[in-house]
Each structure stands twice: as structure tokens, then as C-alpha cells.
Design a protein around this ligand. Structure first.
Ligand code: AMP
Ligand code: MG
Length: 268
């Protein structure tokens, strides 16, 4: 299958117009879905080893515009994974207490500990996205955050946390379609937030903000993956493949058995 995950070189310039949100490879849907299913079986086995080994962890960061598919990807990609070893942390607008601290204060406690996979639904990157676009802090403040983020992520990597960052790239037209679906489908009405409309109007400003963070925070130790996300089954395959590749590279091992186990007889 063609290589779908675009990994620009660290600190290279990015123009999101160069990335086609509709891209979905050359394979049929049913083949890609079957491939995702096979990858999920691998993921389950690898996650079991990661948990048993308890020496390293995996942090997955998901960012996207509204309706970009973060929730759907989480639901699909982690299907069948042992929930004891995986958790999802969504980041919403900060509370007054969170705002009274530095922007990473609320993030750090949710980084997965050894043996765990942690998924951030939004993240510290909101502090150079919504915060930048809406001038929630002065430019001098958010400008410094790219370096802060890189240093923070370096700290985590030094503590055996692998970091995988996905930007789910949808088109503005696809967002319109998905927002309309939320209005038209009773089971999806709850997902519609009128606040998404003013954000949609700021689309271009968000694309600029994404381009800059994808450029400045795409380090060799914490790469961004730009995922074509108009096509949901392709999106899920891309993310699943990247996670499985990463877990294989982490190569978690079951701990060796305690000495003398083979001599133990369980009494009746
Ligand atoms: P949702 O993910 O749709 O539940 O929405 C969460 C909302 O929280 C989005 O509108 C985000 O832009 C907002 N949000 C998340 N992090 C921050 C932040 N650091 N500052 C301001 N708003 C944020
Ligand atoms: Mg929302």
C-alpha cells in the first residue's frame, strides 16, 4: 500500500495547500478496512507487551479543526485494545485555576506513565492555535511557546515517552458537510455547537496557525503526521499504521519470569 503519512523534515516550511485532504491511496475501501483490522490485532498484542514491560509509554496527540474526526478516529483505532492500558484525555477551554498557571501545567499530569498509551484529544497545541487566532494572550507570549513545547516534549522523550502527533487534515467543504450532518441527524445534534460557526469563519487564520506549529514543532524526536482526513477509513488506516509501526519500533518485551517459576507446583 502506498506510503500515506507525510513526514516533513524537521523545521521545513509547510504549506497545507500542498496536502490533499481527499487523498485515500489507490486501494479499495474494503481492502484498507481489512488492513486496518489486521493492524489492530497487532496493536492489541503490542499494547499487551508495553503494559507488561512497564518501561516506556506512548503519547498520541490528536489535533484537528472541528468535525476533523478526532473522536471518530479514537473510537475506531483503539477498538479492541485492552482499556486497562489506554486512556483518552480531552482538553477543553482552560478553567480559571488552569489559566492562573503556565500553559503546560494542566498538560503534564496527563502524560502517560510507563506501560500506558495516552491519547490527547486536543492538547498543549491549542495554546498556539485558538489562543493565537483569538489573541487570548499577546503575540510575544504565544510566540515563545513553540520553543517551550519542543523543550517539554524533549523532556518527555528523555523519560521514555514516545510521542506521535497527528493533524487530521480536512477541507473546509468537508467541514460544511459534516456540520450539516450534525444538524440533520438527531443522533448527531448533540455534537453541534453554534460556537463552531465563528471558528469556521476563522478557517484561514487557523490554517496559518497550523502551518506554523507543524513547521516549528516537527522535531526529529516528536514528529507531526499530516493525515488526509476527508476519507474516514483511510484516516483510520493511516493512524493505526503509524501507531503499530511506532510500537514495533519501541519493541516492548515481556519481563523475564521470576527465577524458579518452573519449579513451582500449585497445591490442590
Ligand atoms: P471540543 O473538543 O469540541 O469539546 O471543544 C473544546 C474547546 O476547547 C474548543 O473550542 C477548543 O478551542 C477549546 N480549547 C481547548 N484548549 C484551549 C485553550 N488552551 N485555550 C482556549 N480554548 C481551548
Ligand atoms: Mg466541538
Amino acid at each position: 500500500m502506498s506510503e500515506p503519512t507525510i513526514k516533513p523534515k524537521p523545521l521545513s516550511r509547510i504549506n497545507l495547500n500542498d496536502f490533499d485532504p481527499d487523498f485515500h491511496g489507490n486501494d479499495d475501501k474494503q481492502d484498507v478496512v481489512a488492513a486496518t483490522d489486521r493492524l489492530q490485532e497487532k496493536m492489541q498484542a503490542l499494547q499487551n507487551r508495553l503494559y507488561a514491560e512497564s518501561k516506556q509509554s506512548l503519547l498520541i496527540v490528536l489535533q484537528a479543526m472541528d468535525t476533523g474526526g478526532k473522536d471518530g478516529a479514537i473510537r475506531k483505532v483503539f477498538e479492541g485494545v485492552n482499556p486497562a492500558g489506554v486512556y483518552v484525555k480531552p482538553f477543553k477551554a482552560p478553567t480559571p485555576d488552569e489559566l492562573a498557571h503556565d500553559f503546560l501545567w494542566r498538560i503534564h499530569p496527563h502524560v502517560p506513565g510507563k506501560g500506558y498509551i495516552g491519547v490527547f484529544n486536543r492538547s498543549h497545541y491549542e495554546d498556539v492555535l485558538v489562543v493565537r487566532v483569538n489573541n487570548l494572550v499577546p503575540k510575544e507570549v504565544w510566540k515563545r511557546r513553540y520553543d517551550h513545547i519542543n523543550n517539554f516534549e524533549r523532556t518527555l522523550v528523555d523519560a521514555n515517552v514516545r510521542i506521535l502527533k497527528f493533524y487530521l487534515h480536512i477541507s473546509k467543504a468537508e467541514q460544511k458537510k459534516r456540520l450539516q450532518e450534525r444538524l440533520d441527524t438527531p443522533e448527531k445534534n448533540w455534537k453541534f455547537s453554534p460556537g463552531d460557526l465563528p471558528v469556521r469563519e476563522q478557517w484561514d487564520a487557523y490554517m496559518d496557525a497550523y502551518a506554523e506549529l507543524l513547521e516549528r514543532c516537527n522535531t526529529d524526536y516528536a514528529r507531526w503526521h499530516i493525515v488526509p482526513a476527508n476519507c474516514k477509513w483511510y484516516r483510520d488506516w493511516v493512524i493505526t499504521k503509524a501507531i503499530v509501526d511506532t510500537l514495533e519500533d519501541m519493541n516492548p518485551q515481556y519481563p523475564p519470569p521470576a527465577p524458579g517459576l518452573d519449579a513451582i507446583v500449585i497445591p490442590d
